[in-house]
Each structure stands twice: as structure tokens, then as C-alpha cells.
Write a protein that binds this ligand. Structure first.
Ligand code: GLU
Length: 304
């Protein structure tokens, strides 16, 4: 398969999308990112890389980080984790308070903000230095010791993340947050502020295409069945309240973030990451979704 020329064709085909969306301006530091950025990266299990555009420029991965923290928490807590966070698509915006009240403080799934806050709380129980633990874990997955937190983005969210604070305090009142809320939010704002490139993201997700083991070293990150389960959660919950449409149009497990990044995997083959900061009304990258739709159309590859 000539992935390089497929990336080139995709880059041309997504051009009409630019100028139609909005960058995530509810986080002040993200509002300043150029909407014209566009990168794509493919990493295959055979060790090949295919890059396009701004594929090596780090950007704010935001909610994509929820996959990394969930992986860590699932490896530690195993099935017990699902007593504190559910497994169903939300059908509601990622930061909804209403749904959490209905469901008595048990978030619908680990990829809405409330769910990710519970996962952060779990990690606080296991690590004295959770920020460093998350950073080291992601660096290992990506094979990239240069990955860092963008502290400007982190502070920007800390100063304006009232809704996340509300979610965390609400769950605390219902007993589903065990650590001090400030600590939970501190970890959450750090993980969202991880800055990674498309290439690093594709590398870091490749173990999901490899049944839970790092392709480079064979080190097992998740058991086979755990890896299958996280792929299932990505498929059903990875795109806010647009997960159904993403499965319909693209047909791959993946995760998006409001920084405009999307990563998806094709089991036994590859991981692909796209970055384009202009978002649609659901908070997903407009050009990113189209790029991945074109990728599965052009290659004829999907999980279905
Ligand atoms: N840090 C963002 C927030 O909490 C994450 C949102 C996202 O990427 O979905 O609002």
C-alpha cells in the first residue's frame, strides 16, 4: 500500500474544510493556535513511518490523554475500575453536569471529563508523583523522552476550568472522588496539556494495534483482553457525542481531543494520527475526521 501518496491525496481533498470550524477558544491558550496547521502521521507495525505537513510539530493533545491515563488505571485496577466509571457512550457533551447528576456521580464512560477525573483520582492512589508517572508512561509508549507538558496550556485550563472543578466537587459529594479535588484537577490539567506531535501520538497508540504489546520491544502494556476492551471503548466513546457517526464514516477505534488531534488504529496494521485545530460543533477536528474517512475509503481498511 502506498501510504505516502494516499496522505498526499488526502491533504488535497481536505482543503475545502479549512475556514469552516473554530479552534477551541474556551481554553485561552488554545485559542491562539493557528487554524491552518495540518499534519498526518502513520506508524506501521513493520516499523515504517509516513508523514505529512505539520506531523512533527507538538500540539495540545487534550482528551487524547484520557486514553493514556485509562490504560494506566486499567492495568492497575483491572475490572474493579468499572465500579466507579461506566462503559456506555454518553450521547451528551463531554462536560455535561446534568448526566452526572442523573447517574449519581458514576460517569457514563472514562472519556467524558467526569470519567477522566475519576481515572485521575485512581492514579493519585497509586503514584506519589502522578504527573511524572503519566509523563514517563507516555514517553515510553512513544519512544520519545522529549515529550513535555505545555505549562501555558495547563495554567490556562487551571484558571478557567470551573466546569471541571464543578464535576469533580460534585462527584466528591457523592463519594466517587477520594483524593482532594485540587490534586485530581492538577493531574487532569497536566495530562490534557501534554504536547505531542502526530508522529509521537501514532507511535504511542501502536500497541493498541498490536494486542497490547509495544511493537518495538514486545513489552506488554495491557493483557490481550484488556487491549481489546480499550479498543472497544475508543470505538464506542472516543468521539464525544459523535462516536456513532465516526464509527459510521471511519470505522476505526480512536480518540479525539479539542486541540484538534485524532488518533486511530487498524488492528494488526498501523496507527494513524491527524492534527487540524478547527473543530466542528461536537469538539472534533473537522479536517481530521474527513482525513480519516478518506483514509479508510481509499485503503479499504476498517475493522468492519
Ligand atoms: N481539557 C479539556 C477540558 O477539560 C479537554 C477537553 C477535550 O479535549 O475533550 O475541557
Amino acid at each position: 500500500m502506498d501510504y505516502q501518496s494516499i496522505l498526499e491525496d488526502i491533504a488535497h481533498a481536505v482543503q475545502p474544510e479549512f475556514g469552516k470550524g473554530r479552534v477551541a477558544d474556551y481554553i485561552p491558550a488554545l485559542a491562539r493556535v493557528s487554524p491552518a496547521k495540518f499534519g498526518m502521521a502513520i506508524e506501521t507495525l513493520h516499523g515504517e513511518s509516513f508523514l505529512w505537513g505539520d506531523a512533527e510539530e507538538p500540539f495540545s493533545i487534550q482528551s487524547i490523554s484520557k486514553v493514556f491515563t485509562l490504560t494506566m488505571a486499567f492495568a492497575l485496577e483491572r475490572e474493579g475500575l468499572w465500579q466507579r466509571v461506566g462503559l456506555e457512550p454518553s450521547g451528551n457533551p463531554f462536560n455535561s453536569l446534568v448526566q452526572l447528576e442523573y447517574e449519581k456521580g458514576i460517569p457514563r464512560n472514562p472519556f467524558i471529563n467526569a470519567g477522566a477525573l475519576v481515572v485521575a483520582d485512581v492514579l493519585l492512589n497509586h503514584y506519589p508523583g502522578p504527573n511524572t508517572a503519566v509523563l514517563e508512561f507516555v514517553r515510553k509508549l512513544a519512544g520519545a523522552p522529549e515529550i513535555r507538558f505545555d505549562l501555558e496550556v495547563m495554567r490556562s485550563e487551571q484558571e478557567t476550568g470551573y466546569r471541571n472543578a464543578a464535576l469533580a466537587y460534585f462527584m466528591k459529594s457523592l463519594g466517587n472522588i477520594h483524593n482532594p479535588v485540587e490534586k485530581v484537577l492538577g493531574l487532569y490539567f497536566h495530562q490534557c496539556a501534554l504536547a505531542m506531535s502526530c508522529r509521537q501520538l501514532a507511535r504511542a497508540f501502536l500497541f493498541f494495534a498490536n494486542h497490547g504489546a509495544l511493537p518495538a520491544t514486545g513489552e506488554r502494556i495491557l493483557a490481550l483482553s484488556q487491549s481489546k476492551r480499550l479498543n472497544a471503548i475508543m470505538l464506542t466513546c472516543g468521539f464525544y457525542d459523535e462516536a456513532g457517526e465516526f464509527a459510521f464514516r471511519v470505522g476505526l477505534p480512536g480518540k479525539s481531543g479539542v486541540g484538534g488531534g485524532i488518533v486511530a488504529i487498524i488492528p494488526n496494521e498501523l496507527a494513524i494520527a491527524v492534527w487540524s485545530p478547527e473543530l466542528n460543533e461536537h469538539g472534533n477536528s473537522r479536517a481530521g475526521i474527513l482525513a480519516l474517512e478518506l483514509f479508510t475509503t481509499m485503503t479499504g481498511m476498517s475493522i468492519f
